[in-house]
Design a protein around this ligand. Structure first.
Ligand code: ADP
Ligand code: ASP
Ligand code: MG
Length: 403
């Protein structure tokens, strides 16, 4: 088999763990597989590098940030290749560039546009193990780019697609996909299988066990994706097509996203096209707007509230500032002490009353809901951050996910 194995930050968190990964990879190789390994930076490393830059600037140039952040993954890729070669398993470390990962020019959240697998295929043919530094690529100008937080998952899935791997294994610090974050709800249950669509919702709504774009890519390229732990041989969770799952439960999981900010725009001039102007400007700046609420207009002005991810906050503020300066918005305020809890399940499509149970669970726990949005397979609620864990556990109980 041709296998891609991705190891996350905790799995390569220190030298002993890198040796543990080398042992695991060598077992796969010994079993007769061709192996491409993708690694993250050692856990905490990317945040450490971010902190270094913050020491000098609150708004550093994104191109320099990519040079800086991409270094963490190179360290682990090199060390793992050295460890493997020392064990008698010839291995080559590759940067994103060398692995042929071409991205667009959007520094710090680049999208993969193409992968040229030629160099990887040649090395595989020569019997080598390849160790690719995750989270990075190169744009058409030759600049290093990074793929957004958690982006090594995307590197792994995209490579699996490009080389036609039989399997893409994501090794992490939990043994699979659970009904909710097992660190918040110890009663959470591990799922044997989950559909691409449900996993995509969970990931997009904050379950960082897989980066959302990696799930999107896995679905598009039909990659067989398994999430499992690097610390034991326990079987993981298969992420697969909906038709491969015999019976979909009503609700398959609860997600929590703490990285949300609520932006309130007060006294927004009520004219046709104003919402389009504001949200187009935000989109042009690559800012991911989620929930939006617009109130009824009063005296020619209205209020608009919306949420953005915390790391888009600075950029969003500069966009809003522009409209405040031009007088089209009177005042703006920002609330970072919020979070978003979501209930996800494809079974919801055909059942009534699923949302009502979510709302009454919040009521029973005395939690005020600030914003709501729903789709066919999810219900999301914005609440005060201090109730985050209470809400997750309450919903997990209400939908009987521990049963
Ligand atoms: P890695 O460093 O291996 O990429 P991450 O920290 O990015 O690992 O993701 C793993 C973490 O995701 C787990 O430790 C867990 O706390 C969290 N998580 C959130 N939601 C879930 C879920 N539904 N199932 C499993 N883990 C989850
Ligand atoms: N090291 C990067 C991050 O922390 C990428 C990854 O681990 O997937 O976001
Ligand atoms: Mg991750």
């Amino acid at each position: 088999m041709l296998i891609v194995q991705k190891f996350g930050g905790t799995s390569v968190g220190d030298l002993e763990r890198i040796q543990n990964v080398a042992n695991r990879v060598s077992e796969s190789k010994k079993a007769g597989n061709d192996v491409v390994v993708v690694v993250s930076a050692m856990s905490g490393e990317t945040n450490k590098l971010l902190g270094y830059a913050e020491y000098f600037s609150s708004n550093p140039a994104r191109a320099e940030m990519d040079m800086l952040l991409s270094s963490g993954e190179r360290v682990t890729a090199s060390l793992l290749a050295i460890a493997l070669s020392e064990m008698g398993f010839p291995a080559t470390a590759m940067s994103g560039r060398k692995a042929g990962i071409l991205t667009d020019e959007s520094h710090t959240k680049a999208r993969i546009e193409d992968i040229n697998p030629h160099a990887m295929k040649e090395l595989l043919k020569a019997g080598k193990i390849i160790v690719v530094a995750g989270f990075q690529g190169v744009n058409k100008n030759g600049d290093v780019t990074t793929l957004g937080r958690g982006g090594s998952d995307l590197s792994a899935v995209a490579i699996a697609g490009a080389i036609g791997a039989d399997l893409c294994e994501i090794y992490t610090d939990v043994s699979g996909i659970y009904t909710t974050d097992p660190r918040i709800e110890p009663k959470a249950k591990k799922l044997d299988k989950i559909s691409y669509d449900e996993m995509l919702e969970l990931a997009s709504l904050g379950a960082k066990v897989l980066q959302n774009r990696s799930v999107e890519m896995a679905k598009k390229l039909n990659v067989n994706l398994v999430t499992r732990t690097s610390f034991s041989n326990e079987e993981g969770t298969l992420i697969t097509k909906e038709e491969n799952i015999m019976e979909s439960p009503l609700v398959s999981g609860i997600a929590l996203d703490r990285n949300q900010t609520r932006i309130s725009l007060m006294g927004v001039i009520d004219r046709p096209g104003i919402a389009s102007d504001i949200f187009n400007k935000l989109a042009e700046n690559d800012i991911n707007v989620d929930m939006i609420i617009q109130n009824k207009a009063h005296d020619g002005a209205t209020n608009i509230d919306f949420t953005v991810p915390l790391n888009d906050l600075n950029d969003a503020k500069s966009v809003v500032d522009g409209f405040v300066k031009s007088g089209e918005i009177k005042a703006d305020s920002y609330n970072e002490d919020i979070c978003k809890v979501s209930v996800v399940g494809v079974g919801m499509k055909s059942h009534a009353g699923v949302a009502a149970l979510a709302f009454s669970t919040m009521a029973d726990n005395n939690i005020n809901i600030n914003m709501i949005s729903t789709s066919e397979i999810k219900i999301s609620m914005v609440i005060d951050e201090k109730y985050a864990e209470l809400a997750v556990r309450g919903l997990h109980d209400a939908y009987e996910l521990d049963k």
